[in-house]
Ligand binder design. Structure first.
Ligand code: AMP
Length: 190
């Protein structure tokens, strides 16, 4: 069983790559952003709460996010492994994920980061915002706030996983196929 965390700044290509990796390695793809957006679309209580944070580019509170993620893992008991996309995003989430997996006799196998320069990513997100319909992709101020959240709360996770010897990074600039190749080379060597 392998459990992979796909790591990277907003717009780095996590969602795009996850679509390929989940097929290739037979993993259950869990994107917390996608799950929140699904809840917003269906106007659930969770969706209403998450929307108030997401619309500003703020992170949704840890408690809510961790609980949601754990329910999704529990809902897939037959899974051969998970591909976590957009989670964890804080040290509290990473610690909770480790403890939760440990309670099931499992662990994170590796964290793989897609690296790219902020300015390239901001332009990519603004471009995506023209067609994605995501309010958080359409406003440069919200995008910049997401980067601030990343730098303050998510970037420290690199050290957290490096300390565990589980952090790998690949160049996130190139064609989709090239980047899938780079990620696969890391995963195949685990
Ligand atoms: P994403 O689709 O991963 O870019 O996430 C979109 C938005 O959903 C983020 O800007 C946050 O508001 C929220 N979100 C997604 N994942 C998390 C998480 N792990 N912790 C807190 N907020 C999250």
């Amino acid at each position: 069983m392998i459990n992979i965390v796909l790591f990277g700044k907003p717009g780095a290509g996590k969602g795009t790559q996850a679509e390929f990796l989940k097929e290739k390695y037979n993993l259950t793809h869990l994107s917390t952003g996608d799950i929140f957006r699904f809840n917003i679309k269906n106007e659930t209580e969770l969706g209403k709460l998450a929307k108030t944070y997401m619309d500003k580019g703020d992170l949704v509170p840890d408690e809510v996010t961790i609980q949601m993620l754990q329910s999704e893992v529990d809902a897939n008991p037959q899974s051969a492994g998970f591909l976590f996309d957009g989670f964890p995003r804080t040290l509290a989430q990473a610690g909770a994920l480790d403890r939760f997996l440990e309670s099931k006799g499992q662990q994170i196998t590796a964290t793989v980061a897609l690296e790219a320069d902020d300015e390239i990513l901001v332009q990519r997100l603004l471009e995506r915002g023209k067609t994605s319909g995501r309010p958080d992709d359409q406003d440069e101020e919200k995008i910049r706030n997401r980067y601030q959240e990343y730098n303050e709360k998510t970037a420290p996770l690199m050290g957290y996983y490096k300390d565990q010897g589980k952090f790998y990074a690949v160049d996130g600039i190139g064609s989709i196929a090239e980047i899938t190749e780079r990620l696969s080379a890391v995963i195949d060597n685990l």
